[in-house]
Design a protein around this ligand. Structure first.
Ligand code: SF4
Length: 345
């Protein structure tokens, strides 16, 4: 380590206490509020989460209501946030909390860690913010900030780098562990930002920062990506009956978007002749096929390249769920990848 971490504690706490943004889930230290917001924030920007959070809390104001919601309704509520296994895990964890902890979020890190969907970071965030537990909460923001402060060129994508950072932080963790952890995250989101130039001049801890002193903020953090992204091509059909119903089907219960509804689709980009054959195989008679749009959707390890077609069919056939536009709006959760195509008809 090229730089001591201890000197950052006081200035960071002071800065956070005076500058923290007023976010809906920061109005109180209710573990349910912190939990839901942290899960939503894992893959979504703060501004976008605010709206989802308000809608979620309106319908599911507490752990009990979350434990009782029908899964389809929950997925509908989660629509747009993606990574639907997070929503399913929320419900599973809520049921476990109702059954084993009388509806109260467990106060100890190790117990929270046993709940579905709660990893070290979320367990640490809830513990430090809500229960003043002296635990760390290291996410990508915190890894970046600490790597820059100590001048570390270790790959932040490696688990051992994260472990080292956790060990360093626990040694200097103050009594106000929640404010300290949130201060690091807040600094990473607002000043020591991931893309673009960090605002070092206004950083409360720049005097203790190795990357700032040695002009290394562009080189740190180091991220070595090893995973080669998989690319998939798909032909996607929006099949519409004369009365405006659209065909949906359920994905299998394994893998990406498992168990979610989708627009019928096949692997590869098909010619018109091939499309007609597929439609016939589905026992449908098309009256018109119209190209809509090429759409790309990026998942964690896979990119989908989709060609969307609108197909007017004579009537409904078995094997699909035929949803009216109202039902699509209010009842069935359709992943964003397909919503992107649907938006063009
Ligand atoms: S001085 Fe700059 S690089 Fe260092 S922690 Fe602050 S914002 Fe980040």
């Amino acid at each position: 380590m090229k730089q001591e971490l201890k000197p950052i504690v006081e200035p960071l706490l002071k800065w956070y206490q005076n500058n923290k943004r007023m976010l809906p889930w920061r109005k109180d230290k209710n573990p349910y509020h912190v939990w839901i917001s942290e899960i939503m924030l894992q893959q979504t920007r703060i501004e976008a989460v605010k709206e989802y959070y308000a809608r979620f809390m309106n319908i599911l104001p507490n752990i009990q209501s979350l434990s009782q919601i029908d899964e389809e309704d929950l997925l509908k509520l989660w629509e747009g946030l993606g990574y639907y296994s997070r929503a399913r895990n929320l419900k599973k964890a809520a049921i476990q909390i109702m059954e084993e902890y009388e509806g109260n979020m467990p106060e100890h890190f190790a117990e929270r860690r046993k709940l579905p969907g709660i990893g070290d970071y979320t367990a640490g965030a809830i513990g430090s913010i809500c229960f003043n537990e002296k635990v760390t909460a290291v996410d990508g923001n915190v890894l970046r900030v600490i790597s820059r402060i100590i001048g570390s060129k270790k790959d932040v994508l490696l688990p051992e780098t994260k472990k080292e950072v956790e060990e360093m932080l626990i040694k200097i963790m103050p009594e106000e562990s929640g404010d300290f952890n949130e201060g690091l995250m807040e600094l990473g989101e607002t000043i020591c930002i991931p893309s673009g130039v960090p605002d070092c001049k206004n950083c409360p801890i720049h005097q203790s920062c190795y990357a700032y002193a040695h002009d290394l903020t562009e080189e740190i953090p180091v991220r070595i990506k090893k995973v080669k992204r998989k690319q998939e091509e798909k032909t996607v059909f929006i099949m519409i009956t004369p009365d405006g119903k659209i065909a949906l089907e359920k994905r299998t219960h394994k893998g990406l978007l498992s168990g979610m509804y989708q627009l019928p689709n096949v692997e590869g980009f098909l010619t018109e002749k091939e499309m007609k054959q597929v439609i016939q195989k589905w026992n449908l008679k098309d009256t018109k096929i119209k190209y809509i749009k090429d759409v790309k959707h990026v998942f964690t390890h896979i990119d989908w390249y989709m060609k969307g077609y609108q197909v007017l069919v004579e009537k409904e056939s078995e094997g699909f769920l035929w949803a009216s536009p109202e039902e699509l709006e209010s009842k069935y959760a359709l992943p964003t990848a397909f919503q992107k195509i649907l938006a063009h008809i």
